[in-house]
Design a protein around this ligand. Structure first.
Ligand SMILES: [Zn+2]
Length: 383
């Protein structure tokens, strides 16, 4: 779908306006024009949800707006098959249950089997019929009890514990590498350079293939989300679904960045998190390790690690990190990225970060200090 943006008019614009009025981000829905006030409201909404902030309504922002229509208690919630109910009301329910110690999985806005099981467990414990759906009775019990319970964020502790229990070894772990974009005309950032045209999709595929080779050599099971030239573009949600189906232990998504100003440069990493202070602790650790290893080993500008609510980060069930490996629009970053030797260095840094993820914290080593050749020797000795 083409993004709906400033200057557009019509039914879709009225609908966006009325949702944002409902969220108290916009004053009036009595026009169908995408005006300046609406653009400001869309930006505020995007910032609040951890989405890319461009003031336009594309697929991902539309999905988040659509979900935002629902307030908890405004409809009955249940596990609908095959099309699950999705909405902010589901997220509110999930967050409330998580705070009370019930395992709904990530608060991902989707009323799936795991959420239904958590609701049934709650119902059993408060003496309601455990049907796993959330109607007026269950809502009443939640309102009554929900406020009394104060707790940590058990989901992230569970995720950290599950990761710890999977053991300190790369061998046999499944990792999904996601080269961004690709398919149809989705080339990502595209930069003409004399007779050449550098594009993000091809460069991140090259990086993904190199990383695949190194991680396989270290004994991991590695899957790529796409080939070098897929037939059609792939959404973040489809990439997440693929990694979930594979039961991956980790996912690393690779992108390059672009900016209208050629002076924008550097590397940034992203993990799942929302404005409510919910954050994947394991994802954050992986993001920090990747960020630090790359910055220390390459000297690229440090654009730091950030929490985002993007589909790919939100819908995956394993620690997931997206890395933006420099700006293709920056002459310095570009010159380095098009050099295969430099790409090899980046791959080395990511390999070291993944290795460190599996070291027990007390045996962690300083950034930049793992010699991946020695690592290979150590592995060879073991087998
Ligand atoms: Zn990209």
């Amino acid at each position: 779908m083409r993004s709906i943006r400033r200057g557009d008019t019509g039914v879709a614009v009225s609908e966006i306006r009325s949702i944002l009025v409902g969220l108290e981000l916009l004053e009036t829905a009595e026009t169908d024009v995408f005006d300046e006030a609406l653009e400001t409201a869309v930006r505020a909404f995007q910032q609040n949800r951890g989405l890319g902030i461009d003031g336009m309504v594309g697929d991902e922002t539309w999905g988040a707006l659509d979900a935002a229509r629902w307030r908890l208690g405004s409809r009955n919630l249940f596990h609908s098959v095959p099309d699950a109910l999705v909405g902010e009301d589901v997220r509110a329910l999930q967050e409330r249950l998580l705070e009370m110690g019930y395992d709904t999985g990530r608060p991902d806005t989707v009323y799936g089997a795991r959420t239904a099981r958590a609701v049934a467990q709650f119902q059993r414990e408060v003496g309601l019929a455990p049907d796993g759906s959330c109607g007026p009775q269950t809502m009443k019990a939640l309102r009554r009890l929900g406020r009394k319970v104060v707790g940590g964020r058990p989901q992230w502790l569970r995720e950290a514990e599950a990761f710890r229990q999977s053991g300190p070894n790369l061998v046999g772990k499944t990792i999904v590498i996601d080269p961004g974009h690709g398919g149809g005309d989705d080339t990502g950032v595209l930069v003409p350079d004399g007779p050449l045209r550098w594009n993000e999709a091809d460069l991140v595929f090259d990086l993904a293939s190199r990383l695949e080779g190194r991680l396989s050599a270290a004994g991991m099971r590695v899957h790529l989300t796409r080939g070098p030239s897929p037939a059609a573009p792939m959404s973040g949600a489809a990439r997440a679904a693929l990694a979930n189906t594979l039961g991956a232990d980790l996912l690393i998504s690779l992108h390059l960045d672009g900016h209208s100003s050629p002076s924008a440069e550097g590397v940034a990493t992203y993990h799942y998190g929302t404005g409510n202070g919910l954050s994947s602790t394991v994802g954050e650790r992986l993001a920090n390790l990747v960020q630090r290893e790359i910055v220390v080993r390459t000297g690229m500008h440090d654009c730091r690690t950030h929490a985002k609510g993007w589909d790919l980060l939100r819908l995956t069930r394993m620690p997931t990190v997206r890395v933006d490996l420099g700006y293709l629009t920056n002459p310095g970053d570009r010159e380095r990225l098009i050099d295969p030797m430099f790409r090899e260095q980046i791959v080395e840094a990511m390999l070291a970060a993944v290795q460190r993820m599996y070291f027990p914290v007390e045996r962690d080593v300083p950034t930049g200090s793992i010699d991946v050749r020695q690592l290979r020797l150590a592995l060879a000795e073991k087998s």
